[in-house]
Design a protein. Structure first.
Length: 245
């Protein structure tokens, strides 16, 4: 009897822990769709609709128009130490835009810059969006990108992960001595692998094809539900034919 109480206690404890843990991806899902995605979409839309600033000199750092500014290159740095590679340039254009600018890759402009050179850049809302040298142009890390599909994929993954953790936790609470097949092996493991592959594939494919971001959760959620149901049936079938201990 002591062993039974211990097993039951362990099961309910794990169930409660899973339910509490599900709040973390649930919160991340909310932030992705309610904060992160609208902010990125709105910023990209505003940047695309921004007009050139008047020819008069800038009187403030953050302007809601596009201003072409001539910069002097003080230094550039490509740091490949460790697993992450950083690309930066220190640009000067008094009186407002004197700071270090980050880039996502070295080309086609950053790798060609030399200290003392004069280049042109586009400034919007106080940040440098692009730099230009000759006919070559490069976006900075601050430039808005139309990548809402990947944000939707991350938010969808977090939301479905929260649903899986909540479901597994609820089963552990209600059936602490018999949680099968709602266990990590094999059901939970395959659910997590499938969820990761499906969200990543849907995000990259929709981004590559230029599809609307809302198609990602619209497609992933029903497909994942069908896969989860088929995996559930398969696990039940395996349990039914497994020899009794």
């Amino acid at each position: 009897m002591t062993t039974t109480r211990t097993d039951t206690s362990n099961g309910t404890g794990r169930g409660g822990a899973l339910i509490v843990a599900s709040l973390i991806p649930a919160l991340f899902c909310y932030l992705a769709f309610a904060v992160w995605l609208p902010s990125d979409v709105g910023r990209h839309r505003d940047y695309g609709a921004a007009e050139q600033c008047p020819d008069r000199a800038a009187t403030q750092r953050a302007e809601d128009c596009l201003r072409t500014v001539t910069f002097t290159v003080k230094d550039t740095e490509i740091d490949s130490r460790g697993k992450r590679v950083s690309y930066t340039a220190i640009l000067y254009a008094a009186p407002f835009w004197n700071h270090e600018v980050a880039f996502g890759d070295p080309g086609p402009v950053l790798e060609r810059l030399r200290p003392g050179e004069r280049i042109t850049g586009t400034v919007w809302r106080g940040d440098i969006m692009t730099i230009t040298k000759g006919d070559a142009r490069q976006n900075t890390a601050d430039a808005p990108r139309d990548e809402a599909q990947m944000t939707a994929a991350i938010g969808t993954f977090a939301g479905l992960l929260a649903a899986v953790a909540l479901g597994f936790g609820a089963v552990r609470l209600t059936r602490p001595r018999d949680p099968e097949p709602f266990t990590w092996r094999p059901y939970g493991k395959w659910l997590l692998i499938t969820l990761g592959v499906l969200c990543t594939g849907a995000g990259f494919l929709s981004l590559w094809l230029g599809l609307p971001w809302w198609l990602v959760p619209t497609v992933v959620i029903p497909v994942m539900s069908y896969v989860a149901w088929q995996l559930y049936r398969h696990c039940l079938q395996r349990l039914s034919v497994a020899p009794a201990p």
